[in-house]
Design a protein around this ligand. Structure first.
Ligand SMILES: Cc1cc2nc3c(=O)[nH]c(=O)nc-3n(C[C@H](O)[C@H](O)[C@H](O)COP(=O)(O)O)c2cc1C
Length: 322
């Protein structure tokens, strides 16, 4: 199999990528997505200060499995020197790529000039990338939004600055910061970025079903497709399968496996609590899912989660057969 594209010298086999998603794209979920065909891994975002202060929780988020490679660490920060210092520490942990988050919309972060807040200062982005790409041995990439708000959509300027200062790839979430996660992602803008730079461009935003994968590829010409919310509760999208193409037995089998990976990774009590939000997404689109959801979010044991889901599936199948 030939690589779909390269991130500088790192070959990427395939072109479907799970979005970095804090609270979701952890080792258990990435492993499942990888088994289903994900081409490369992004860890959940970590902060520059967390690295510099040697915060244990920050470093835990950077754990990855050797089979996940190529693996990208994603960092948030607003200070040029500190972000470089933090990335030098990160590089020693062995990622294949380091990505700078320029899309985080959370007020506490973006309001302080990190994440999407960086988009307000493209010149600073240039300085950060120049320093990072001169200092680090691994390729450095950026994940951007289209701008701060509708009046300041500066994605083309930012994309050119990134390329001119050594970035090896740009992932574009087709929304502005002020859109947060609402409204339609603008795939035309992603297509413009694709035209404006020579480095690989990953298209992101509103890929919810298998047909969307081909649509965004055709519409934007992007080298890779990044899938966020469309993969939560539906990692089969990496196998080019839609929700209605997954048999109930297959769904239950994966729910069991995902839960057991969570228990292994986080321990029993935290694993159950953290799995609840995945469980509510696995049942999305099923008949009477809204009835089951409140029960799932209060389950306290692995068996309870599985029993609730299995009996719900059984009841639906009996109803359908009657
Ligand atoms: C719960 C959640 C957590 C997210 N965390 C991150 C993150 O850590 N880093 C990042 O670059 N983007 C993050 N995002 C944004 C996604 O990576 C993606 O850009 C966005 O959801 C749009 O893609 P989608 O329409 O396929 O969901 C997050 C999104 C969600 C919903």
């Amino acid at each position: 199999m030939n690589p779909g594209f390269f991130v500088r010298n790192v070959p990427i086999y395939g072109d479907l990528i799970l979005s970095p998603m804090a609270g979701f794209s952890d080792i258990p979920f990435r492993l499942i997505c990888w088994e289903f065909g994900m081409a490369m891994s992004y860890t959940e975002v970590i902060s520059m200060d967390g690295v510099l202060w040697k915060n244990k929780k920050t470093f835990k988020l950077l754990d990855f499995l050797p089979i996940e490679r190529p693996v990208t660490f994603q960092i948030l920060g607003n200070d040029e020197d500190k972000i470089v210092e933090a990335c030098r520490i990160l590089e020693q942990l062995g990622p294949d790529i380091i990505d700078v988050n320029m899309g985080c919309s959370v007020s506490d972060i973006a309001g302080k000039g990190a994440g999407a807040g960086l988009l307000k200062d493209p010149v600073k982005i240039g300085r950060i990338f120049k320093k990072l790409t001169k200092t680090l041995r691994v390729p450095v990439t950026g994940k951007i939004r289209l701008g701060w708000d509708d009046k300041s959509r500066n994605y083309l300027e930012v994309a050119r600055i990134l390329e001119d200062n050594g970035a090896s790839l740009i992932a574009v979430h087709g929304r502005t910061r002020s859109q947060f996660f609402y409204g339609k992602a603008d795939w035309n803008a992603i297509a413009e970025v694709r035209q404006a730079v020579k480095i690989p461009v990953i298209g992101n935003g509103d890929v919810r079903c298998v047909a969307d994968i081909e649509r965004i590829r055709k519409h934007t010409g992007c080298d890779g497709v990044m899938i966020g919310r469309g993969a939560i509760g539906h990692p089969w999208i990496f196998q080019h399968k839609d929700r209605d193409q997954v048999a109930p037995a297959e769904k239950i089998e994966l729910i069991r496996r995902h839960l057991s990976l969570m228990l292994e990774h986080y321990g029993r009590d935290i694993g159950v609590i953290l799995f609840r939000k995945h469980a509510t997404k696995y049942i999305m689109g099923m008949p009477d899912a809204t009835e089951l959801r409140p029960h799932l979010v209060t389950c306290n044991s692995p068996d309870e989660i599985i029993d609730r889901i299995v009996s719900h599936f059984d009841r639906i199948q009996k109803q359908e057969a009657a």
